[in-house]
Design a protein. Structure first.
Length: 86
């Protein structure tokens, strides 16, 4: 599966093939470098003020169910993963 890495920040996205995000990342090769991956990419820990959807995706990648993650507020999800910071 194709994923993209930000050359400046190291952030990684694995958009669905043919999605608008895949097209956008492919159109910015000086910032987003494509690479092949056999597995799903685990998202980076979102910043504290990120959208709730980003926190839900992160919680799911850490083993929580979607229902459990969506039942919490964005701030609760951020506090839940406070220990993940280096």
């Amino acid at each position: 599966m194709l994923a993209y890495r930000n050359t400046r920040t190291g952030e990684v996205h694995q958009p669905d093939p043919g999605s608008w995000l895949a097209g956008r990342l492919a159109s910015l090769p000086e910032v987003w470098t494509p690479f092949e991956t056999a597995e799903a990419v685990i998202p980076a820990r979102p910043v504290k003020g990120a959208r709730k959807a980003d926190w839900v995706d992160y919680a799911i990648s850490r083993g929580y169910s979607r229902a459990d993650a969506e039942s919490l507020s964005r701030d609760d999800l951020a506090r839940l993963f406070d220990d993940d910071q280096d």
